[in-house]
Design a protein around this ligand. Structure first.
Ligand code: AOF
Ligand code: ZN
Length: 371
């Protein structure tokens, strides 16, 4: 049997609900659900965090008896597996829901169409694809991680109009303005991990924590320092045990055992990765991070690290802040080093472009097109 023509505003409401848990559900997706009867919402909910009830269950609880004969709008295909929680399909069937409109199928191989099939088998009418692009964008990190085992990689940098990330002396405070810097802390608040290279630790000595004015529920992503030989000093800010959250050094067998022991004694985790030309093999690192349920990784630079990620074709998204100033200097550092492409035709191009004014800066954000 075919379902009624679905109504977009209800799916948009479900998307807005899902969005409320941004940065809080990992490694699970953000999901919102709205139950509708006679054109009016009788229950709604969203998935708050991994281990807690799925969006559909929240909506069913809110609707109570009203769920019988109702239509569900949900941003992701209902699950049919026993994970941290029991299958939503069973609950929807038991509650007597008549129709289910899902924005997208669940890319999780344990679900992947089987949730929809279970609903159909129970006589529930279903559709897939209403607001699908928005739903995919919302859960880009979950989709990447659950289908490849690797986190979504977001490259971030702030540069002057002439493409410099510091003066030739190394001074970089501040290129981007305050609004951009707050935006960057919001990004940290949403991702599972952030990564910098050893040169950034040596030059800027960053703490890599999330600092947001007036925020109550701040999240500190795992801090990762890429340091293949163990050059970052033990007294670096990022290694101080007083910092909230966890710090990890990704290194190679070239790191002296004594340095590793000293880091671990300070509470820093050390991950020894395979090396390529003396550097940490990034694909192997991403595989390891994926195994630790890191679904999104913000690469904050510097130029050497971003160059390595781009050269390896591992960047999924770019967030660039452009400040209205000219720094100059042939030797002033640039945002993306490495080899780069040989032909402009092979440059990494961005799709789904978002361009915004942030104070006096310009934000350019987009998804990297993979050939
Ligand atoms: C849904 N609704 O709100 C979410 C879903 O360990 P569990 O039980 O939380 O299951 C996690 C998996 O369930 C996750 O990988 C994804 O496939 C799906 N997430 N499904 O129907 C929800 N969060
Ligand atoms: Zn579920």
């Amino acid at each position: 049997m075919h379902a009624q023509q679905p109504s977009e505003p209800f799916m948009r409401r479900a998307l807005a609900l899902a969005e409320q848990a941004r940065g809080r559900t990992s490694p699970n997706p953000m999901v919102g659900a709205v139950l509708v009867k006679d054109g009016r919402i009788v229950g709604e909910g969203y998935h708050r965090r991994a281990g807690e009830p799925h969006a559909e269950i929240e909506a069913l609880r809110a609707a109570g008896e009203e769920a019988r004969g109702a239509t569900l709008y949900v941003t992701l295909e209902p699950c049919c597996h026993y994970g941290r929680t029991p299958p939503c399909t069973n609950a929807l069937i038991a509650a007597g829901v008549a129709e289910v409109h899902m924005a997208m199928l669940d890319p999780n191989p344990r679900v992947a169409g089987k949730g929809r099939a279970a609903l159909e088998a129970a006589g529930i009418r279903t559709t897939v694809g209403l607001c699908e692009d928005e739903a995919r964008a919302l859960n880009a990190a979950f989709i990447k991680w659950v289908t490849t085992g690797r986190p979504l990689v977001i490259a971030k940098f702030a540069m002057s109009l002439d493409g410099k990330i510091a003066a030739h002396t190394g001074d970089a405070r501040w290129i981007s303005g305050e609004t951009s810097r707050i935006y960057a802390h919001h990004l940290r608040n949403e991702v599972d991990a952030i990564l910098v290279g050893v040169q950034t630790v040596l030059a800027d000595n960053p703490r890599l924590t999330t600092r947001l004015p007036n925020a109550t529920d701040v999240r500190h992503p795992v801090r990762i320092v890429l340091d293949s030989r163990g050059r970052a000093p033990l007294d670096a800010e990022v290694f101080q045990p007083t910092l909230p959250g966890r710090t990890l050094v990704a290194t190679t067998s070239a790191m002296p055992a004594s340095h590793r022991a000293a880091l671990e004694a300070q509470g820093v985790d050390v991950l020894v990765c395979p090396s390529v030309h003396g550097r940490v093999a990034l694909p192997a690192l991403l595989d390891e991070l994926g195994k630790c349920e890191i679904t999104s990784l913000l690469v904050e630079g510097g130029g050497t690290v971003l160059g390595s990620f781009f050269d390896a074709g591992l960047v999924d998204e770019v967030v660039a802040f452009i400040a209205p100033m000219v720094i100059g200097g042939e030797h002033a550092p640039q945002p993306v080093g490495g080899h780069g492409v040989a032909r402009v035709a092979d440059a990494w191009r961005l799709d789904d472009l978002r361009v915004e004014r942030l104070g006096d800066d310009i934000l350019v954000r987009g998804r990297v097109r993979h050939p």
